[in-house]
Design a protein around this ligand. Structure first.
Ligand code: ADP
Length: 353
């Protein structure tokens, strides 16, 4: 069995897969660092965890109680948000890979340190267990230089200021779920709290809407999406860096436009403010879609995933109405399953049993 771990800023999610990629159990430790809870299967127990290493120790205990002891695991596989420029493919966790994840900390300061903490804590209690890592940015490593380069001086580019793109595990999982039926030019939209889209040509990402960080591109639940850098400078001069960061990442997007970051609630309301927020979301998704379709030289199919993409038919319909100018394009709805993709990556690296 493979244990997939996803260490977020204050949570640790786990999911156990068999070697044929069947999910057998999933759970999470929430509110790490304070009074939180540990959930596994249908059971939830309140608990207090000091840090990610402590959360992992408690989760391993809970898994053992559920019959999944360490000796039953053949591997652990981690989700790592940012692979930087070095980690462009899933990898076995080695000292070199750990150093590369450390070097990408400035790019994902809230996430990469927790991913590392989970790896090192697991290594300490299970030194013989092979560990693997899949990177949220890696799927977009195939984007050409014209797509990843910002038109700013080379020194800044060399310092890491370039487009990376995110949601890569979701897009890689989507490609895997199409199998041999994968359309040649696929416009993929991952619409959840975070939202992005990706031009997938012959199974490879060639353009994506997120950039240096997950802030850019589409209007999102609480993130602004694209905004002029000069406007950010002015806001930052007035409010300071931290408050600007909070505003653009946590208090913008649907929340700023409609007073609520939850698409389902907005669709259930029938006032002008909610309608404008939904319209803004769909309009900008379609504007970015046009850009991605041009990068592919056309589109053969559109695929939606994520909480909004999978469930909000009115949003899909509005976006597709804009895209009617590209002809009658087939639409697919694919369940997002990043954990399964991480397990798949580990299995591929492990090779035949
Ligand atoms: P995250 O990016 O945090 O993983 P999700 O992919 O779960 O988020 O997506 C959350 C979004 O999906 C929320 O805006 C939520 O309202 C929306 N959503 C979930 N179910 C529905 C539904 N049935 N109808 C409309 N929107 C939905």
């Amino acid at each position: 069995m493979i244990l997939v771990l996803n260490a977020g800023s204050s949570s640790l999610k786990v999911e156990v897969f068999t070697s044929d990629l069947t999910s057998v159990l999933s759970g999470a430790v929430t509110s790490i660092g304070t009074d939180g809870a540990i959930k596994l299967g249908d059971e939830t127990v309140r608990t207090k965890t000091a840090n990610h290493a402590d959360a992992l120790a408690q989760m391993l205990d809970a898994l053992a109680h559920a019959g999944i002891t360490l000796d039953k695991l053949t591997a652990a596989a981690h989700r790592v948000v940012h692979g930087g420029t070095i980690l462009t493919q899933p990898a076995r966790v080695t000292p070199q890979v750990i150093a590369a994840i450390e070097s990408a900390i400035p790019l994902a300061p809230l996430h990469n340190p927790n991913n590392l903490a989970a790896m090192l804590a697991l290594q300490a209690v299970a030194p013989g267990l092979p560990q693997y890592a899949s990177f949220g940015t890696a799927f977009h490593a195939t984007n050409p230089a014209v797509a990843t380069r910002y038109a700013i001086p080379q020194t800044e580019h060399d310092a890491g200021i370039r487009r990376y793109g995110f949601h890569g595990l979701s897009y890689a999982g989507m490609v895997a779920s199409f199998g041999t039926a994968l359309p040649a030019r696929l416009l993929a939209l991952h619409l959840g709290n975070g939202a992005s889209l990706c031009a997938i040509k012959d199974g490879r990402s060639i353009a994506t809407s997120m950039g240096y960080s997950p802030l850019s591109g589409l209007t999102m639940g609480t993130r602004s999406g694209d905004i002029d850098g000069a406007a950010v400078l002015r806001i930052s001069a007035a409010l300071g860096e931290d408050e600007t960061d909070r505003m653009l990442n946590k208090n913008s997007g649907l929340k700023a436009l409609g007073g609520d970051n939850d698409m389902r609630s907005l669709l259930n309301r029938h006032d002008a403010e909610a309608a404008f927020a939904v319209d803004h979301f769909c309009y900008w998704a379609a504007r970015h879609a046009g850009s991605a379709i041009v990068a592919m030289g056309g589109v053969d199919a559109v695929a939606f995933t994520g909480g909004i993409g999978e469930n909000a038919a009115p949003v899909r319909d509005k976006i597709m109405a804009f895209l009617a100018c590209f002809g009658d394009v087939p639409v697919h709805i694919i369940a997002a399953d990043e954990e399964k993709q991480i397990a798949r990556d580990a299995l591929t690296l492990m090779g035949p049993a």
